[in-house]
Design a protein around this ligand. Structure first.
Ligand code: NAD
Length: 372
């Protein structure tokens, strides 16, 4: 397979990240199929044309169905608000395209299952935008857990906290419209739940407390008319992993001052790992049992010894960034298509993550433990 035609739907925050990733993937991963930027769509012809010019797409359209109908497009990236994902994904799958869809897969578990089953019936490759687990240091962390370097795992403390909703004057957007999903537990919670699953495997049971902190928001920026908020702002989960250990997971988009606290502490009998996306090129490792005078966390710094860092930079300590993680994600997606196997996380994994989200919502409503 020499090249793959890319169609992009949506050109906002994630649309731009996808475009940058497709453009740079080959320079870091020379063996993947060449991504050819064929067509981009947004709601207006102007926005689509601007994105085509800026990111180097051959054509643009204000009608997303044209992206899917384009025979030169083999891969469709869907970066629209959550409520549009299902219709766009099902149309792309029906046309036999490989599909990358941003997280969460859809606002409801039932719709996500329909999307999973449609993709599996078609046998195409799928991927969902859980970009943070593409960090080479997290792959190493997972390998260390799997190899038993931390011994029996005794606990996990995970959090994804940001503050983009902390201002009560921050207006209504698709993120707080219930048609887009339940709120932070799906928006940020899906990332930290996915990361917990990536590192430790399945979550069997949850007991959650999920709250709305800001009960009314202006209908638009600067408006005096207020609208009641129905989705959550903070979710706190006690979790029981299938492997036997327990832990806590928090998702919070009103954590004033926090911009990207996607972080965990993972503890085992023989050692611990500490990570935060705020310093994504560092993994802190504590190894138990050494000379007590020298005990402490070791800072492991990302470098070319942590594949695929070296594809971006030959020198350690120069650091990867958010867009590099997105590039790794897209390169793995395209490489997976060439091999005929999704690199993951695929639609099925996104559905498994969403099952934990749904169990947390049910648990908070019922004030009890719920099996996932
Ligand atoms: P955004 O509002 O910045 O961008 C959405 C884009 O979709 C806009 O350009 C909008 O005009 C376009 N759009 C809306 N309806 C459309 C339609 N019918 N046809 C074509 N284009 C349409 O939103 P965003 O922050 O980029 O979020 C989009 C998705 O990405 C969401 O699912 C969100 O949860 C996800 N997201 C993922 C991450 C991550 O880290 N992976 C980060 C942020 C957002």
């Amino acid at each position: 397979m020499k090249d793959l035609g890319i169609g992009l739907i949506g050109t906002g925050f994630m649309g731009k990240a996808h475009a940058i990733a497709y453009r740079t993937a080959l320079s870091a991963f020379p063996d993947i199929p060449v991504p050819r930027l064929v067509m981009v769509a947004d709601v207006t012809a102007e926005a689509a044309a601007k994105a085509a010019h800026q990111y180097g797409f051959e054509t643009s359209t204000a009608d997303w169905k044209q992206v899917i109908a384009n025979p030169a497009v083999q891969v469709v990236s869907i970066t629209t608000p959550n409520s549009f994902h299902k219709e766009m994904v099902l149309a792309a799958l029906a046309a036999g395209k490989h599909v990358h869809c941003e997280k969460p897969l859809s606002p409801t578990l039932a719709d996500s299952l329909e999307m999973v089953e449609a993709a599996e019936a078609k046998g195409v490759c799928t991927q969902v935008g859980f970009n943070y687990i593409k960090n080479p240091l997290l792959k190493m962390a997972r390998d260390m857990v799997a190899a038993g370097e931390l011994g029996v795992i005794t606990g996990f403390r995970g959090i994804h906290a940001e503050d983009y909703m902390h201002d009560p004057q921050s207006p209504w957007t698709w993120r707080i419209d219930p048609s887009g999903g339940p709120g932070v537990v799906a928006d940020l919670g899906s990332h930290i739940i996915g990361m917990a699953r990536f590192l430790l495997g399945g979550i069997a049971e949850v007991n959650a407390d999920i709250r709305t902190i800001i009960s009314k928001r202006p209908v638009a920026r600067g408006a005096t008319e207020m609208k009641a908020v129905e989705v959550d702002d903070v979710a706190r989960l006690l979790v029981q992993f299938e492997r036997g250990c327990a832990g806590t997971i928090e998702a919070n988009w009103v954590q004033t001052g926090r911009k990207m606290q996607l972080a965990f502490e993972l503890t085992g009998e023989k050692g611990s790992l500490v990570f935060t996306q705020e310093r994504l090129n560092e993994l802190h490792f504590y190894k138990a049992g050494g000379d007590s005078r020298q005990m402490g966390f070791t800072k492991i710094e990302a470098g070319p010894q942590h594949e695929p860092y070296g594809g971006f930079c030959v020198a350690g300590g120069h650091q990867l960034g958010f867009n590099d993680l997105k590039t790794i994600e897209m390169a793995e997606f395209l490489g997976g298509i060439a091999k005929g196997k999704s690199a993951g996380p695929d639609f099925r994994e996104a559905y498994e993550i969403q099952k934990v989200v749904e169990a947390a919502l049910a648990s908070s409503r019922q004030r009890s433990w719920i099996k996932v």
